[in-house]
Design a protein around this ligand. Sequence first.
Ligand code: SIN
Length: 288
Amino acid sequence: MEIQPVTAIIGAEIVGADLENLTDAQFATIEQAFTDHLVVFFRDQPPLSSRAHIAFGKRFGKPHIHPIAPGPEGHPEIMIIQADANSRYADGNNWHTDVSCDIEPPLGSCLQLRVLPPVGGDTLFANMYAAYETLSPMMQDFLADKTAMHESEHVYRGRYSERGVDDTGKVYPSAEHPVVRTHPRSGRQALYVNPSFTTKINGLTKAESKAVLQLLYVHQQRPEFQVRFQWSENAIAFWDNRCTQHFAIWDYWPDERMGHRVTVKGERPFHEDRDSVQSDLRVSRRHD
Ligand code: SIN
């Protein structure tokens, strides 16, 4: 296997991996690349069976079951990502980290795209360590002890009705998480608010919270923190939800785009006071 970084900040393509027959040493290499590059891509893959896809996810942790999105018959561990001419929504068509409204939000998500539009349908991924590390020390200090609400009622209510889901009476998850979370494996600090699920920074007035979140969202979306993945048939992206955000661009309507996502359950986000590791950060504060 070969690890080929796609940008200096985020994303690497792993060439030559047979995900259905990984040795422990190969898995360790993939896990390290995932930690180092935040999102890894695999091209030229066969369509994974549900069993193989779930088995690959399970090497990283227990499956995360989506609060509402329906999976294929008998496989609640799989989320179908699909949009076509009849869709009112396309999953992921805004900056977010997956299901951050859960008390224990996903560690990572592994998506294989089976049906591609003729053009478009790329996914953007952004590095939330870089977003944190390029804030001023004063802003980092201000955010250090803050928590934010992550809610999902406004995201999910009625969302899957066109796939036959009746969510009458369903209570959607919400959670309070640190604004800056410490990654349990890398030990680095990542900015953990996103415009899809985060509704308020606790302890601030509504107006203050809105202004601070807006500032953080604009900052997080700087192009130099991003990689743009152009999918090929059966390509796989596996991203770390603890230190990235992504945006699946719905620019292909009325064409269809479809894939299967296996999501890995994560731990409850925590914040540990520590100096941020900035040594390998190549995004300077040159815009100050
Ligand atoms: C998602 O999981 O948020 C969708 C990602 C994608 O469709 O590229």
